[in-house]
Design a protein around this ligand. Structure first.
Ligand code: GLN
Length: 499
């Protein structure tokens, strides 16, 4: 069997092959390293774990573990013991953590093999994976591997773009990303993979370098819904090291091969039908609503009246938390330190050299919003609007409170378009791009609810179009069932890229 076939297989099948010794873990590892090499020009990895270290790990493992040496990748803002964790920033260029994030540890404890750390926008601020110290990540779709054109390629989406590309190309079976305002769902949608943003608190944030603590959540990228379910079941649950995680046990999600949606009420949020959404996406959205309806689901239009304020509100809250989170990188306690000068000068110089322009911009904006004279006008007001957005979403999921409620899942676009070309995207500022592409994703983070991006079909330009599903808090079971149904109905094909 060719490498492409094996590396693109669903987790359950490859685990079966490993169990039956059709392929050895070492062989799988060799092939994955070859794939990482073949796809190097996409710039998906910030760093790759030494092959010998991983071979040693494979040989030691007794193969009775759940993941049996399955290769996976992790966004470079999750701490990894003895492996550098840069956040794609000069500030942490030389940072080597002494511990691993809980989610990473759970995966290695389950027998997974960490292949490397994936690229992101600096400190996960962005929607493109273009603002990174190692340069932008490229989307494998419509990319000419034989004769790459330096000016003509599509962005991967961000900020977990490296993870999305690693999964799309078979350089890892699944990957971790982080989703604060859409950073798992957006790159998943541009790269044609599945991206889950779980309920806030269902996966531990311990060891995930903070962006916006009240919204950050580790996310899972994989090529099919079943693989996401498999990994979600390994990762979800309480962590004594993160007091915001769920108390008690989280039920394992089990999804049938061909799940029914007859009992589901699917809500179509009318405010997500914005003027900027491309006609191809609208068409795909309508098709999906019909598919749910033709298969027995009740499809209803619902209203989320405060949607229009959401992205601005997100921006104020995000910058406020960023300003406070980034204060620790002063060159003294943490991060890059520049030489010379008085202490104040050293702080300023270190931060100026350590952070890129968009991170500095968000820190400045955040500090402005938090000034005593501005606090009420901006930060406090944004908190109130966040509550209204949360309430809108909570209400539609409430059972038995009349019209505009009783919905099980919401069906919506992920973003306004398919992946843009780098040359046009690069001309816009980081904040403009965020407003453009996170318009329909960040509400889920502000409300805390789970959401998923599922690839559905190809656009005329042969780029993936994906749709988003949202459910109520801790209702991953229903969310993933609806996602699996949509996946089955779409029969989206993962290409064998011509490496
Ligand atoms: N794109 C959003 C931002 O830049 C969200 C980032 C994220 O989810 N990490 O704020």
């Amino acid at each position: 069997m060719s490498s492409t076939d094996i590396l693109m297989k669903p987790l359950v099948s490859v685990l079966q092959m490993l169990r039956n010794r059709v392929i050895s873990t070492e062989e799988l590892l060799h092939r994955t390293y070859t794939r990482i090499n073949e796809t190097k020009s996409l710039n998906a990895f910030v760093s790759v774990v030494e092959k010998n270290d991983n071979l040693e790990f494979c040989i030691k493992d007794d193969r009775s573990s759940i993941l049996k040496g399955i290769p996976f990748a992790v966004k470079d803002n999750f701490s990894t013991r003895n492996i550098s964790t840069t956040c794609a920033s000069n500030m942490l260029r030389n940072y080597v953590p002494t511990y691993s994030a809980t989610v990473v540890k759970k995966l290695t404890d389950a027998g997974g093999t960490l292949m490397g750390k994936t690229n992101l926008d600096e400190f996960a601020m962005g929607v493109g994976t273009v603002d990174s110290i190692i340069g932008p990540t490229r989307n494998p779709w419509q990319y000419d591997f034989q004769h790459p054109n330096p000016d003509d390629w599509y962005i991967a989406g961000g900020s977990s773009g490296g993870s999305a590309v690693a999964v799309a190309t078979g350089a890892s079976y699944f990957a971790l990303g982080s989703d604060t305002g859409g950073s798992v769902r957006l790159p998943a949608s541009f790269c044609g993979v599945v991206g889950l943003k779980p309920t806030y608190g269902s996966l531990s944030r311990h060891g995930l370098i903070s962006l916006v603590n009240s919204m950050d959540v580790p996310g899972i990228l994989a090529r099919c819904v079943d693989d996401v379910v498999f990994i979600y079941n390994i990762l979800s649950g309480n962590d004594p090291r993160d007091s915001t995680t769920v108390q008690g046990k989280v039920e394992k999600v089990v999804i049938e091969e061909n799940p029914s949606v007859k009992d589901l009420v699917v809500g179509i949020p009318k405010q997500y039908h914005g003027p900027d959404v491309s006609p191809e996406i609208i068409d795909c959205w309508k098709w999906a609503a019909d598919i749910f309806s033709n298969n027995g689901a009740k499809v209803v239009e619902v209203s989320l009246p405060h949607t229009q304020y959401s992205i601005v509100c997100y921006h104020v809250l995000c910058c406020g938390e960023v300003a406070s989170n980034m204060a620790r990188y002063d060159g003294l306690q943490y991060g890059h330190r520049s030489d010379g000068g008085f202490t104040e000068e050293m702080y300023a110089k270190s931060r100026n050299e350590g952070f890129n322009e968009s991170v500095r911009g968000r820190i400045t904006a955040g500090n402005y919003f938090l000034l005593r004279r501005n606090y009420r006008k901006y930060y406090e007001k944004a908190q109130k609007v966040r509550r209204l957005i949360q309430t809108d979403i909570k209400k539609v999921f409430d059972k038995g409170s009349g019209k505009n409620s009783g919905v099980d899942v919401l069906l919506a676009p992920v973003t306004v378009s398919t992946a843009p070309q780098y040359k046009t995207f690069a001309q816009k500022t980081n904040s403009y791009r965020t407003v453009e592409h996170d318009i329909y994703t960040q509400s889920a983070n502000m409300a805390g609810v789970p959401a998923i991006s599922v690839p559905v079909r190809l656009s005329q330009a042969k780029l993936p179009i994906s749709l988003q599903l949202l459910a109520s808090n801790f209702n991953e079971g229903t969310l993933l069932r609806a996602a699996k149904f949509l996946e089955n109905a779409s029969s989206f094909q993962h290409p064998k890229f011509d490496f």
